[in-house]
Design a protein around this ligand. Structure first.
Ligand SMILES: [Fe+2]
Length: 335
């Protein structure tokens, strides 16, 4: 970050909304995954309440990819979210809808479950939890009315947003996909294209707001691990447009950008993460949350007046087995 960025981040030329207010948030995802994990998961929720963060974000995957989806389970997830004393914001994962066509995941229609996810968790323009906060949602934007799950909010001048980007290549069907019939491939492709365009617009809109309000930082939350995935899938990656928009906007923004995601079940704090363009940017950090093999969360202290703005680390739950750190890709467990 250049000196001019530092000056505007420190409020020298007037930052909107309570500059200097220091606060924290919690993020987690890819859990609980199976009944055997419910007690540990409930301990985690209690521990979050003990810390009293300004808000908490579940980054998607509320169940494993080998449990069929049910309406009753979605209600249970909603009750867990509402057991948090503060605000809970959620972004959907691939296990909730993208992958439910798989045999071990119920042989269901993904679009039916995507619609159910939207109805269950996104029917109001506010967060879940016992002290919900109002959210700005993409449904207000012409042409993007169905994307009620893309939301943003501001705290201490920092702009926060969820982006509905999911694992399983963001539902972009690869040429070697043998899991779907012709019709199912077409509907998945149409869904991917439409949501991908919405996500790009949402990312651009989020940074436009951050620039207009001279926000000291931006944090984006999404379920997918997009960096390794993009490298693996190359030209068939479903993250090319999304990461391209994030990279371009972050570069232009210059101030700290934190990208928080679930999906690969490994705690990873990686400053200067490499984009598919091959470039790294000093102001962009990726934070991967723990997964179901390590029932813990991450906590981020946000100090809008500091140079880094975001200070992230694990939030470990007493009573739950210690996490494996670092956890290799191989050991990351069932997704
Ligand atoms: Fe997962």
């Amino acid at each position: 970050m250049g000196l001019s960025g530092l000056l505007s981040a420190s409020g020298a030329d007037g930052v909107a909304a309570k500059p200097g207010e220091r606060f924290s948030f919690v993020a987690f995802g890819c859990m609980p995954y199976g009944k055997e994990n419910y007690p540990a998961y409930e301990r985690l929720l209690k521990e979050i309440n003990r810390h009293g963060p300004s808000f908490t974000v579940h980054c998607g995957d509320t169940k494993s990819g080998s449990e069929p989806p049910t309406d009753a389970f979605m209600k249970q997830v909603h009750r867990w979210f509402d057991s948090l004393d503060g605000a809970l914001i959620y972004t959907p994962g691939d296990n909730e809808w993208t992958d439910v066509h798989r045999k071990n995941n119920g042989s269901q229609d993904p679009l039916v479950w995507l619609a159910k996810v939207r109805t269950e968790y996104f029917s109001t323009e506010r967060s879940m939890g016992r002290a919900p906060i109002p959210l700005v949602t993409q449904r207000r934007e012409k042409g993007f009315e169905k994307f009620m799950e893309n939301v943003r909010w501001v705290r201490g001048g920092v702009v926060f947003a969820t982006v509905h980007a999911v694992g399983s290549n963001n539902n972009r069907i690869k040429t070697d996909d043998r899991e779907r019939s012709g019709l199912a491939r077409e509907s998945a492709s149409a869904e991917f294209r439409e949501r991908d365009a919405a996500n790009v617009a949402w990312v651009r809109g989020t940074f436009a707001e951050a620039r207009a309000t001279r926000a000291p930082g931006v944090a984006l939350f999404f379920q997918a691990e997009p960096f390794d995935a993009a490298e693996k899938d190359g030209r068939e990656s479903g993250f090319t447009e999304f990461l391209g928009a994030v990279e371009q906007e972050a570069k232009h923004f210059e101030k700290p950008v934190l990208l928080v995601h679930a999906d690969d079940h490994r705690y990873r704090l990686e400053p200067k993460v490499r984009f598919p363009s091959g470039e790294k940017h000093d102001n962009v950090t990726r934070l991967g949350v723990f997964g179901a093999s390590d029932i813990h969360a991450v906590q981020v202290t946000v100090d809008p007046t500091s140079k880094a703005v975001f200070l992230a680390g694990p939030l470990l739950v007493p009573g739950n087995p210690l996490p494996v750190l670092p956890r290799s890709k191989k050991e990351a467990g069932k997704k």
